[in-house]
Write a protein that binds this ligand. Structure first.
Ligand SMILES: NC(=O)c1ccc[n+]([C@@H]2O[C@H](COP(=O)([O-])OP(=O)(O)OC[C@H]3O[C@@H](n4cnc5c(N)ncnc54)[C@H](OP(=O)(O)O)[C@@H]3O)[C@@H](O)[C@H]2O)c1
Length: 231
């Protein structure tokens, strides 16, 4: 299988890359600054020919276009794309919300994945049982929200869920199954030290979920354990 992961230099993205390589898959790992990705560059040595690291800033539409252009030199087809890169701005307070924080969260968490899916549709359509997976969050669930908490993140993840559902229709016409997945509360830079799940556990669960996806799962929102989540 050939997969592409965004935000692959640390956290869940790095762990997706590790586990996919360990099971024999080929991976295009993308990051904002490939030259600074020590772990990814180390993995390139461990899995020669199986890992390509390409630059991608998901908040920059030009960078997404360039990625699609460079990808053709690596592979004509992708079987899995994981839109994993995400941004959570902490410390927001009611009365002091900034347009800049809302816009940056929206650009990374919602607009980037939309443009990425659009730019990679041809490559996915050429893949085998292709899957477009958006790493969302239960914090993007409108019905589950019961307090004022990281609003830019929650608003942008709710938008991501709608984007996934919208795109699921044209993508399914090309044979691509799309889902949004909450990875659990995970011990990464974003999740913090108190999170109960390790990246290894979360990614193992999400990869098992992806492997078991059926056509009728297209356009749905799941937890890492495979439970369907409320919008
Ligand atoms: N950890 C959790 O508990 C949790 C819970 C629910 C959902 N999630 C979601 O899971 C995904 C991965 O989160 P994580 O915990 O691994 O977070 P993380 O450790 O903070 O890593 C975030 C990743 O996203 C990348 N990124 C941020 N802005 C980017 C941009 N403009 N272009 C390209 N890459 C960008 C970062 O790259 P840089 O190093 O260049 O900044 C980094 O690789 C996110 O979508 C997050 O919302 C996480």
């Amino acid at each position: 299988m050939h997969a592409l992961i965004t935000g692959a230099n640390r956290g869940l993205g790095l762990e997706f890359t590790r586990q996919l390589l360990a099971r024999g898959d080929r991976v295009v790992a993308t990051a904002r600054h490939p030259a600074r990705c020590a772990e990814l560059n180390h993995l390139c040595g461990d899995y020669p020919g199986h890992l390509h690291v390409l630059p991608l800033d998901v908040a920059n539409p030009h960078s997404i276009t360039e990625l699609a252009r460079e990808l053709v030199l690596v592979t004509p087809a992708l079987d899995l794309v994981i839109a994993n890169a995400g941004l959570n701005i902490s410390g927001e307070r009611f009365g002091q919300l900034k347009a800049e924080d809302l816009a940056r969260s929206f650009a990374v968490n919602a607009v980037g994945p939309v443009l990425l899916a659009q730019a990679l549709t041809e490559a996915l359509a050429a893949g085998k049982e292709p899957r477009m997976v958006y790493i969302s969050s239960v914090l993007g669930s409108i019905s589950a929200r019961d307090s004022f908490y990281v609003p830019s993140y929650c608003i942008s993840k709710a938008a991501l869920n709608m984007a996934m559902r919208q795109l699921a229709y044209p993508l399914s016409e090309r044979g691509i199954c799309s889902v949004a997945v909450h990875p659990g509360w995970v011990r990464t830079d974003m999740g913090g030290a108190k999170a109960p799940l390790t990246p290894e556990q979360s990614v193992r669960d999400v990869l098992a979920l992806i492997a078991g996806l059926k056509p009728e799962d297209n356009g749905r929102f799941f937890s890492h354990e495979g439970q369907e989540l409320a919008w």
